[in-house]
Design a protein around this ligand. Structure first.
Ligand code: MN3
Length: 197
């Protein structure tokens, strides 16, 4: 068994100028690959070897190696799949309506999400989730996520570890977050939303 590093559906330089190619390559081929290898090492030869990633994150939350590396594996897989060189704009359809219902407007959602990403001290993630039938925003430290904490099912997340932005933005996390909205793939997120309902 074991988990495989997912292939990106775009080249490492495809998200420039918003996310630079070197950051993307290191982030995917070193950081995400590292979480994947360490997750596999932690579960190999144990009863965890046949569990799904979701089962591992929820049921083995107390196992630090599984929690940190399983979270790293799952979080980055979501992250890559919700970005695209053709991203940006705003969602329409049922996701667009749900955002209006939960936050008042798309701009209000972006503001609340960006604030959650900015105020996450140190390393972690901010999330847009489906929870109790509506949408909510939260943030988690390190490689934790809302599936582990039971806060909801993430349909979009932003990595605010410094490795995600430092080369282009230095300590300017706000500039990274602002630029990142330009690569957010609302079509993929709408699919995640439908699956999470
Ligand atoms: Mn990362």
């Amino acid at each position: 068994m074991g988990f495989e590093l997912p292939e990106l559906e775009y080249e490492y330089d495809a998200l420039e100028p918003h996310i630079d190619a070197e950051t993307m390559e290191l982030h995917h081929s070193k950081h995400h690959a590292g979480y994947t290898a360490k997750l596999n090492a932690a579960i190999g030869g144990t009863e965890m070897d046949t569990m799904s990633i979701e089962e591992l994150m929820v049921e083995k939350f107390d196992n630090a190696a599984v929690r940190n590396n399983g979270g790293g594996y799952w979080n980055h897989s979501l992250f890559w799949s919700t970005m695209s060189p053709n991203g940006g704009g705003a969602p329409s359809g049922s996701l667009g309506s749900a955002i209006d219902d939960s936050f008042g407007s798309f701009e209000s959602m972006k503001e609340e999400f960006s604030k959650a990403a900015m105020t996450r001290f140190g390393s972690g993630w901010a999330w847009l989730c489906v929870g109790n039938g509506s949408l909510c925003i939260c943030s988690t430290p390190n490689q934790d996520n809302p599936l582990m904490t039971g806060e909801g099912i993430p349909i979009l997340g932003i990595d605010v570890w410094e490795h995600a932005y430092y080369k282009s933005y230095g300590p300017g996390r706000a500039n990274y977050i602002q630029a990142w909205w330009n690569v957010v793939d609302w079509g993929a997120i709408a699919d995640n939303y439908e699956s999470a309902l």
